[in-house]
Write a protein that binds this ligand. Structure first.
Ligand SMILES: *Cc1c(COP(=O)(O)O)cnc(C)c1O
Length: 396
C-alpha cells in the first residue's frame, strides 16, 4: 500500500478509497454482509489457501472496513492497519499478540482504567507481569528491562493526569534492547501526534473518541508493520473475534474527514479554557499539555502539533465539592468518554479509574479533587460561563 497524498487534511478525506472501483460512489459503500460468494469450489480453496486475493467472511475482512484500515495506516504513517469493535478489543489483541506466558511489560505511570484491568488479568491468568515507570529518563526505563520484557506500553498525554512522555527517547531505549513500543494515541489522534515517525512500533486508538468525534460509535484501530498486522489479523483478531461492523467503519470514515478541523477547534477552545481555569479561586491545579508552564511542555512542543482538547484540574475541596461542581453545570454534560462535539466532564476517582486500587490510583496522581474535561466544539465563552458558575458554587 502506498500513500497518494501529502497532507493530512487531504489524506483524511481521500486515502484508501477509489470511487472508480465502486460505481462512482463518492463515499465508501457499506458492505453489510457477513459472507462472500465464491464463483466455484476451487476459488474457495484458493482464497483459504491465501493464493488468491479476495474476501471470504466478514470477520476475516470486509471492503468497507478495509477502506478504514488503509486510511488510518496512511494517517499514522504505518504499513498497515486493523479495525476492532472497541478500543479495548484493540488493546487486548495487541498485548496478547506481543506476549506469551511469563513475559514482562513496562508501562507508563498512568493508564486507561480498563487497560490497567487487562494487565491484571494477564498477570493472574498467564503470569505476564508489568512494571510502571515514569519514563522521565532512559535510565528509569532501562533499570526495569529484563530478558523477558517484550513490550513497552505508553500513553502520552497520560489519562487523566496529562503528564507527557518523550516518545523518541522511549523508542531509542527500546530499540537498543529489541523491545516493541506500543503507543495508545487516543488522546492526540494522528492529527496532533504520530508516534511511528518518532521510532515507535505500534500505534493504537480508541476510535470511539476523536477519530469518530461524534459520540455514536465504540471502536478501536491499530497500525503497525505489515508483518505484525497480518499476524494479528490471523490470530488475536480472527480467533478472538473483536471485529468492527461495516456500518461503524463507515461512520468512522465519515468522522475522520473532519478530524483536522475538529482538532483545531478542540485545541483552540481548550487553550482559552485552561487559562481561565488557572485564574479561578476554586481551582488548585490545572494540567494541560499546551500550557507553557506544564513541567513537560518541551515534550509537547517536540511531539505534538497542539495541546489537544483535554484538560484536567484539581479543585480546592474534597470529593463532595467535586461532585457538587459537576452537579452545578447546565451546558456541560457529566459523562465519561471524550473527543465528542459536546463538552464532557467526569470525576476519574469515582468513574473511569474507580476500579483501580486506591494506592495505585493515588500514585498515578488521581486524587478525589481531580476532574477531567473533554472540551467540545461549542463556543468557548458559553463553556466558560457554565464552568465559572459551577466553580463559584464551591467557593469556600
Ligand atoms: C476510551 C479509551 C480506551 C478504551 O477504548 P474503548 O473504545 O472504550 O474500548 C483506551 N485508551 C484510552 C486512552 C481511552 O480513552
Amino acid at each position: 500500500m502506498k500513500e497518494k497524498y501529502k497532507h493530512i487534511e487531504t489524506k483524511v478525506i481521500h486515502e484508501g478509497y477509489d470511487s472508480k472501483q465502486h460505481m462512482g460512489s463518492l463515499t465508501a459503500p457499506i458492505f453489510q454482509t457477513s459472507t462472500f460468494v465464491f464463483e466455484n469450489a476451487e476459488q474457495g480453496e484458493r482464497r483459504f489457501a491465501g493464493e488468491e486475493e479476495g474476501y471470504i467472511y466478514s470477520r476475516l475482512g470486509n471492503p468497507t472496513v478495509r477502506v478504514l484500515e488503509e486510511r488510518i495506516a496512511m494517517l499514522e504513517g504505518g504499513e498497515a492497519g486493523l479495525a476492532f469493535g472497541s478500543g479495548m478489543a484493540a488493546v487486548s489483541a495487541v498485548l496478547l499478540a506481543l506476549t506469551k506466558a511469563n513475559d514482562h511489560i513496562i508501562c507508563s505511570q498512568g493508564l486507561y482504567g480498563c487497560t490497567f484491568g487487562l494487565l491484571h488479568l494477564m498477570k493472574e491468568k498467564y503470569h505476564i507481569t508489568h512494571d510502571f515507570s515514569e519514563m522521565l529518563t532512559e535510565g528509569q526505563i532501562e533499570t526495569l528491562i529484563r530478558p523477558e520484557t517484550t513490550c513497552i506500553y505508553v500513553e502520552t498525554p497520560i489519562n487523566p493526569t496529562m503528564k507527557m512522555i518523550d516518545l523518541e527517547m522511549v523508542a531509542k531505549v527500546a530499540k537498543k534492547h529489541h523491545i516493541q513500543v506500543v503507543v495508545d494515541n487516543t488522546f492526540s489522534s494522528p492529527y496532533l501526534q504520530t508516534p511511528l515517525a518518532l521510532g515507535c512500533d505500534i500505534v493504537l486508538h480508541s476510535a470511539t473518541k476523536y477519530i469518530c468525534g461524534h459520540g455514536d460509535v465504540v471502536a478501536g484501530l491499530v497500525v503497525g508493520t505489515q508483518e505484525f498486522i497480518s499476524k494479528m489479523a490471523r490470530t488475536t483478531q480472527k480467533d478472538i473475534g473483536g471485529i468492527i461492523s461495516p456500518f461503524d467503519a463507515w461512520l468512522l470514515l465519515r468522522g475522520l474527514k473532519t478530524l483536522p478541523v475538529r482538532m483545531d477547534r478542540h485545541s483552540y477552545n481548550a487553550e482559552k479554557l485552561f487559562k481561565k481555569l488557572k485564574q479561578h479561586p476554586s481551582v488548585a491545579e490545572v494540567y494541560y499539555p499546551g500550557d507553557t508552564e506544564h513541567p513537560e511542555y518541551n515534550i509537547t512542543q517536540k511531539q505534538m502539533k497542539a495541546g489537544g482538547g483535554l484538560i484536567s484540574f484539581e479543585i480546592k475541596g474534597d470529593k463532595q465539592a467535586a461532585q457538587k461542581m459537576l452537579n452545578s453545570l447546565q451546558l456541560i454534560k457529566i459523562a465519561v468518554s471524550l473527543g465528542d462535539a459536546e463538552t464532557l466532564i467526569q470525576h476519574p476517582a469515582t468513574m473511569t479509574h474507580s476500579s483501580v486500587p486506591v494506592d495505585s490510583r493515588l500514585s498515578m496522581g488521581i486524587t478525589d479533587q481531580l476532574i477531567r474535561l473533554s472540551v467540545g466544539l461549542e463556543n468557548w465563552e458559553d463553556l466558560w460561563e457554565d464552568l465559572n458558575e459551577a466553580l463559584n458554587r464551591i467557593r469556600a
